[in-house]
Design a protein around this ligand. Sequence first.
Ligand SMILES: C[S@@+](CC[C@H](N)C(=O)[O-])C[C@H]1O[C@@H](n2cnc3c(N)ncnc32)[C@H](O)[C@@H]1O
Length: 272
Amino acid sequence: MPPPENEIGKDQIIAANKASWNEAAERHRSHDQYAALLAGFARPGFSVLDATLTGRLEGLGLEGKAVAQLCCNNARELLSVKNLGAGSVTGFDFSEAFLAQGRELAAAGGLEAELVQTEIAKIPASYDGRFDLALVTIGVLGWMPDLAEFFGTARRILKPGGHLVIYEGHPILNMYDDRDKRLPPVADESYFRRAPYRSDNGLDYWRNEDYASTAFFWNFHKMSDVVMGVLRAGFAIEDFEEFPHDVGNHSHLENQPQQLPLSYILVGRRED
Ligand SMILES: C[S@@+](CC[C@H](N)C(=O)[O-])C[C@H]1O[C@@H](n2cnc3c(N)ncnc32)[C@H](O)[C@@H]1O
């Protein structure tokens, strides 16, 4: 039983979250969306990436590039990057069960992808300086108890001059309960919360319904924590834009009279 949220340490957060992600994997495996991904990757050139991310990646140029994804889950985005022309793709995630799905999706598309089971901070030194681009997408930073360590790892695995691309849900969404679809939205949490948020109501964002799960912990990072974290890790920021479109489970918040920022993209270049 993990301790309460205000007493929990980094290692306990990571161990608890790993158990919850592995537990959630079977729920995704049996979901229609997984069958749709298997069918999708069987088609040449299939991609799940939206126009915003595709445009930014194409702008940086993927042809022949070595691309890494931090927290790749079932590799649906990583395999899409491969289909967009990347030279090689490598995904890192601590969930063996999700990586097994990634291997199945890769096989469905006859796509080559290296999928490595590891906690992000523990990515082996053999990957240091190997990548042209490191991708972080949709629902990753909140799992990280230590952003400085996370961005430090991203920098470590990039070549000098390599790019970090973050395409994420906006941290303002931490103020709203995911399951509460009321409009206008009612904020029930402080944007400036420090303690991680503990839940044992499940993290299956495909079904978006509660289930009794092992405890997991979500970490609150402000937009300024992300921007300053990237800068302090040794990146120059080349691009940063907030968007009114949703990249997760908040599509009901799109097109509102008082539009919240729902997502953002940030591109950093490793400075040496
Ligand atoms: C919300 S999922 C990412 C989903 C993905 N962007 C997509 O849209 O398909 C977050 C992933 O982060 C992984 N993860 C969370 N904390 C991690 C850590 N400390 N080290 C490695 N992987 C981690 C989980 O196993 C999970 O697969």
